[in-house]
Design a protein around this ligand. Structure first.
Ligand code: SAM
Length: 391
């Protein structure tokens, strides 16, 4: 197997279970590396650090799959990890038949995402190295969850960086265009081939449940960046009198309307608009709400875009705070790896100052527990939400 030595000083971080080695941190190879091949990682003195796979063409050149000398990497190990990931999910008692089965580094399977929607699974390879194990992944899924169909989605950004194909499609059995899943006591249509991400924002399950505790019958609520109505439906289900749900995607809104009907609910106002423009319009009209949830897409794709992203979050907070009635609630989320919870709190502080509205934090929420994050990689806690009461 290809042997790689890292530069002096890198070994402690790897021994501390940080699973990435960046290209400039590599001191030497035992021979010319091939993209996707397995490697033994050693410290500068030659002591074992871990087994992983390599892509010498990208910045995160090596991802460690095992820190245990006795645990050699093979298709069998990948299958074992998927089975362990499944056992872990079973212990979580997730109140839904849709969940993330494999969360990349969080399940010691860097480069692999597997989401389950009832009887169907969606797989996504985000690294060349993990893509080498595709047969083992599919076999493991057939052995554990026994899906009727498996669909492969391409993560376009990662595929481009890593140089893997961008084709999407059914890789096993049959996958219908629409699948109905349930979460708590609501049902949702999922369009696996056309939908965003793998079809649904599974990571917000706990926050979609939490929002219920804030709704009083008769409330006026606003779900900004609503996608297929995740928060809006929960608000309506809890007796909100008026719910406005806004998103830029007509496909998401169509699904939202169908979801409303599917759940025997009615009266949600679905608005196709740019959320920034729509919030400005509501502000101008001096509209007021008891509860507003703002759940935008990632604004910071890399660390260089953080300042711009913060401006975006701040604008959303300013608009949101102005629109909340005294005693009402606002939730703001960021799903950007590069935005920390402290960033979000700071943006809220500045917005609170600017609009002269005092706020108190009532809760913070994160990606749900089927999306575990790595202690040594704080940015794997990518989804953060802050819930405030606006005084
Ligand atoms: C993180 S998702 C929201 C998930 C949703 N809260 C849920 O629980 O399913 C972000 C949504 O923002 C929408 N979006 C992106 N840019 C937008 C914009 N400028 N204005 C309105 N919606 C936008 C996307 O279509 C996507 O549905």
């Amino acid at each position: 197997m290809l042997q790689v030595r890292v530069k002096p000083g890198i070994e402690d971080r790897v021994r501390g279970f940080f699973p990435w080695i960046y290209r400039p941190e590599i001191a030497s190879f035992s021979r010319k590396p091939k993209k996707g091949e397995l490697v033994v990682v050693r410290d500068f003195a030659g002591k074992f650090l871990g087994y992983g796979y390599i892509n010498p063409e990208v910045s995160i050149a090596i991802r460690i799959l095992s820190f245990d000398k006795n645990e050699k990497v093979s298709p069998e190990l990948i299958k074992k990890r998927i089975k362990e990931a499944y056992e872990y999910r079973k212990r979580l008692y997730i109140n839904s038949n849709a969940y993330r089965l494999v969360h990349s580094e969080g399940d010691l399977l860097p480069g692999l995402i597997v989401d389950v929607y009832g009887e169907y699974a969606v797989i996504e390879f985000t690294t060349y190295g993990m893509n080498q194990f595709r047969e083992a992944v599919i076999e493991a899924l057939l052995e554990t969850i026994k899906p009727k169909g498996i669909y492969e989605k391409a993560n376009l950004t990662a595929s481009k960086v890593e140089g893997i194909g961008t084709e999407e499609g059914v890789v096993y059995g049959e996958v219908p265009e629409e699948v109905v899943i349930w979460e708590h006591d609501l049902k949702f249509y999922i369009n696996i081939p056309e939908g965003q991400k793998t079809g649904f924002f599974l990571d917000q399950r706990n926050s979609r449940k939490f929002v219920r505790s804030l709704v009083e019958p008769g409330d006026r609520c606003l779900d900004v960046f609503c996608h297929t109505g995740g928060f809006a439906l929960n608000m309506k289900k809890m007796g909100a009198k008026e719910v406005i749900a806004v998103d830029i995607s007509d496909l998401a809104l169509e699904m939202g309307k169908k979801n409303e009907e599917l759940n025997g609910l009615s009266g949600i106002e679905w608005v196709e608009a740019n959320a920034f423009d729509f919030l400005r319009k509501l502000d101008k009209a001096k509209e007021e709400f008891d509860l507003i949830v703002i759940d935008p897409p990632s604004f910071a794709k890399n660390k260089h875009s953080v300042p711009n992203a913060l401006r975006g979050y701040k604008e959303l907070c300013v608009r949101g705070l102005k629109l909340v009635k005294p005693g009402g609630y606002l939730a703001i989320f960021s799903c950007s790896f590069h935005i920390t919870q402290e960033h979000l709190l700071q943006v809220l502080r500045e917005a609170s100052y600017d609009v002269r509205r005092q706020v108190r934090v009532i809760a913070t929420t994160f990606q749900d527990k089927d999306h575990p994050w790595i202690l040594q990689m704080p940015n794997t806690l990518y989804l953060k939400g802050v819930w405030v009461e606006v005084m």
